[in-house]
Design a protein around this ligand. Structure first.
Ligand SMILES: [Zn+2]
Length: 288
């Protein structure tokens, strides 16, 4: 496929498909006061060239795969959702938001993520919340608050193109991801529902490589949301057999990540557990 798609003043640089965890789609919008890039991440010589100019950067949330090229855009200013901005400014707060209890693993994880995603701290010039224009009106980019994936996780609506960028409500075959301390399953479901009611003709996620029409996206959103109830059904089946099953044991069944991917991968096991914990809390499970 082409590595980019241009629609009027918007250019979408498609993130590499084979590594959805590392690359996300990047969107460049040419506005009233120059260019702005949303989530610099997609590998592209053009984006590297663009970073030599004064281009403002907008991050949808603090995750590394959405800011792995932030470090190149040294001439521009940085903008982020109000609730996630502190994690972009400060690596300590970033790693705290992941929610790792063990101090040693926490440090290790920070080093891994810093290397994997070229994480650098930035001063955030301006923040935005649901319904507000990002940077200013001239760019025609409105923030859509989509909490759940992270607390500040944001989508964007570009009215001129009737395009909704729904970021990490990403419509992938993996399903919703809510493995951080700041993630919330019920918020995630409400955010999916919110997208279904957006008055937008076109929809674009961060990790699939297609622009969807409303007719296409609504059933995809329903399917994406249904992962959550299917995961809970699996948990219920395990608990029916063993009402006091430990989290360690439950995390070996591959309810969220594919079972084979959990072998010898402590980071994925950690996130599997974080997400299972959120389900158990939501389901009010107690074996006493
Ligand atoms: Zn994310």
């Amino acid at each position: 496929m082409e590595d980019r798609t241009k629609i009027e003043n918007i250019t979408i640089y498609w993130g590499r498909q084979e590594s959805a965890l590392i690359f996300s789609n990047s969107i460049v919008v040419e506005g009233g006061r120059g260019k702005v890039i949303i989530d610099p991440s997609a590998e592209s010589d053009e984006l590297r060239e663009l970073s030599r100019h004064k281009v403002s950067v907008v991050n949808s949330h603090y995750h590394g795969d959405h800011r792995r090229l932030n470090y190149l855009f040294t001439k521009g200013e940085f903008f982020a959702p109000e609730l996630d901005a502190p994690m972009l400014e400060n690596n300590r707060l970033f790693i705290d938001a992941v929610g790792i209890d063990d101090a040693e693993i926490k440090e290790q994880w920070l080093e891994i993520v810093k290397g994997l995603y070229n994480i650098v701290e930035h001063r955030i010039t301006g923040t935005f919340s649901d319904g507000e224009y990002v940077i200013d009106r001239s760019y025609d980019i409105k923030a859509i608050g989509l909490p759940g994936h992270t607390q500040g996780h944001s989508g964007f609506f570009i009215e001129g193109a009737s395009l909704a960028i729904i970021t990490d409500i990403d419509l992938t075959k993996f399903g919703p991801w809510y493995g951080n301390e700041t993630s919330d399953i019920d918020d995630f479901l409400r955010s999916i529902e919110k997208i279904k009611h957006l008055d937008s003709k076109y929809f674009l996620s961060s990790h699939t490589h297609q622009i969807y029409t409303r007719e296409q996206v609504v059933p995809m959103l329903d399917r994406f949301a249904s992962f959550i109830s299917r995961r809970e059904e699996q948990i219920m089946r395990l608990l029916d057999a063993d009402p006091c099953m430990s989290l360690d044991r439950m995390s070996r069944y591959g309810i969220i990540y594919p079972k084979s991917s959990l072998d010898n991968n402590p980071a994925l096991v950690l996130f599997e557990k974080k997400m299972l914990e959120k389900h158990l809390k939501r389901m009010h499970v107690s074996c006493l």
